[in-house]
Ligand binder design. Structure first.
Ligand code: F6R
Length: 241
């Protein structure tokens, strides 16, 4: 596992964006798995910037999102589809018909990924409690795409995007940990003090389903991209850039 500690979120986001672009340039028909949330906004803005500047062709790329709220229509401005359109899909030349979100037909989602050739590159964020996608603490490492109940910590954290906590759906559909681990290459992003505990547990604590992100230490090609603040509680010395 590679760990890159950047001096700030901006630098880390730029670097992550460059990795995504490099993947698309190398394989124009790449299959990408993408996250939503506060962490990735700047990353997608950088991706858009580079794509426009270098005229990157996204027309053959397929994307699969990690998760979505159960019961929110795509048009709802809190839906993950709305988020992806706003920050990325509407700003690059990707075909909307090549962008997918999980549905309650879980098997269909998994088989679409398989049919597309499997996941080439995956972008993950991390929750304060160590979750990845909506795989909350206690999720099996063998889990596949399914309906889950969101942890109260996650609902509270996500409430910043809504008017009130009551508005946030209690359930979501998430790609499972085993599906996530099938990606050829993974980057996990974590920025700010709020993520420092989760990063410490994921990288230096036991590999346990209580900290879902700790499973990434079993993956062959994962890069952890964090800023100094998120790295503050790490005990070991890692290279800082
Ligand atoms: C959302 C997702 C989540 C987020 C995580 C961090 O698609 O996969 O696991 O990555 O909750 O959220 P932010 O970036 O808002 O702190």
């Amino acid at each position: 596992m590679k760990i890159i500690i950047s001096k700030n979120k901006k630098q880390a986001s730029k670097q992550a964006a460059e990795m995504i672009i490099k993947q698309v340039k190398k394989k124009p028909g790449s299959v990408l798995v993408l996250a939503t949330g506060g962490t990735v906004i700047l990353v997608y803005k950088e991706v858009v910037k580079i794509s426009n500047k270098e005229k990157i062709d996204w027309s053959n790329v397929k994307t699969f999102n990690l998760d979505k709220y159960l019961g929110l229509k795509e048009k709802n401005k809190h839906s993950f589809r709305f988020f992806m359109d706003k920050y990325l899909f509407n700003r690059i030349n990707i075909k909307k018909s090549n962008t997918f979100f999980p549905t309650t037909n879980f098997k269909d989602y998994e088989s679409k990924i398989k049919k597309a050739g499997g996941i080439d590159f995956e972008v993950l964020g991390i929750g304060r409690n160590g979750h990845i996608a909506m795989n909350e603490p206690g999720s099996s490492f063998k889990s596949r795409t399914r309906v889950v109940t969101m942890n109260p910590v996650t609902r509270k954290d996500n409430s910043r995007f809504f008017h009130s906590l009551r508005e946030i759906p209690k359930k979501g559909i998430t790609m499972g940990i085993s599906t996530i681990m099938s990606a050829k290459k993974i980057i996990l992003l974590g920025f700010g003090n709020k993520k420092s505990n989760a990063i410490k547990e994921a990288l230096e604590g036991p590999i346990t389903k209580e900290i879902p992100a700790s499973v990434l230490r079993k993956h062959k090609n994962t890069t952890i991209m964090i800023d100094k603040k998120a790295a503050a509680k790490l005990k070991q010395n890692y290279n800082k850039v």
